[in-house]
Ligand binder design. Sequence first.
Ligand SMILES: NC(=O)c1ccc[n+]([C@@H]2O[C@H](COP(=O)([O-])OP(=O)(O)OC[C@H]3O[C@@H](n4cnc5c(N)ncnc54)[C@H](O)[C@@H]3O)[C@@H](O)[C@H]2O)c1
Length: 256
Amino acid sequence: MTAQLSTSLTDLIDLSGKRALVTGGGKGIGAAVASRLAEAGATVTVADFDPAAADFASSINAAFVSCDITAAKELSNAVDLAAGEAGLDILVNNAGIYPTTGPVADVTDEFVHRMLDVNVRAQFSATRDAADRMPNGGTIVNMASIAGLGGGANISAYSASKGAVIALTRAHANELGPKGIRVNAIAPGIIDTPGVQDQMAPLKAGGLDIEKRISANPLGIGGRPDHIARGVLFFASDLSAFVSGHVLVIDGGSTA
Ligand SMILES: NC(=O)c1ccc[n+]([C@@H]2O[C@H](COP(=O)([O-])OP(=O)(O)OC[C@H]3O[C@@H](n4cnc5c(N)ncnc54)[C@H](O)[C@@H]3O)[C@@H](O)[C@H]2O)c1
């Protein structure tokens, strides 16, 4: 398959005419991703199980579909809506959960099951359904984590789920490449999102300086959702036309 090489920078990041689906696009990283894709000209659908996401979606001229990605029918409905008649071009598998796992002795089977069901199984299903609706090829971006690269104490189930996302990214890149579908992943470091703020609330109550924690990297910059959205824009656009199966670490250098 010979890709047409664009000549101007504007062409490279122009997503006009492209149809995109962002799971968990109602807030945090997903919301920043949806905003940037819309700004680049894509027709964006935000899929989220939080009804408040509808207002956000309309504020960026995106469509909204109420969807729990673990519910098969809701997920396939979201893919259908986003694809429309023309087919889907961009899937951002962003929705995920990251509650603190705790010491391994305290982790229940139910907890591990839920973690893997949302972060791995549902993401797998979204890729399967979306790839089926990409007749013209496309690009899939999976949200992994630096926890999937290194592991960490007390977050074992989360680390396992994100390690699986990285393995799936590589496997699907091999499998879907011949159909013109590129599959890549982003491994964010700690990013200031509503989810992280919720997770850290007990530590904040105990005196932790959250901004200091979020900025604990060699650059000393607090990780923000738009730092991740810029990476997604790279993978979603022709800037990365020859890139597939890649895991892009965006963490201010914290794992360097
Ligand atoms: N924030 C970080 O520090 C960080 C670091 C590494 C990886 N990540 C990953 O980035 C992704 C987004 O994280 P965030 O911090 O923006 O989260 P967040 O909790 O702030 O936002 C997540 C969004 O996803 C939605 N969502 C959650 N489960 C869903 C489901 N089953 N179906 C549909 N929508 C669902 C929520 O309603 C919410 O709008 C996750 O996959 C997370 O694991 C985040």
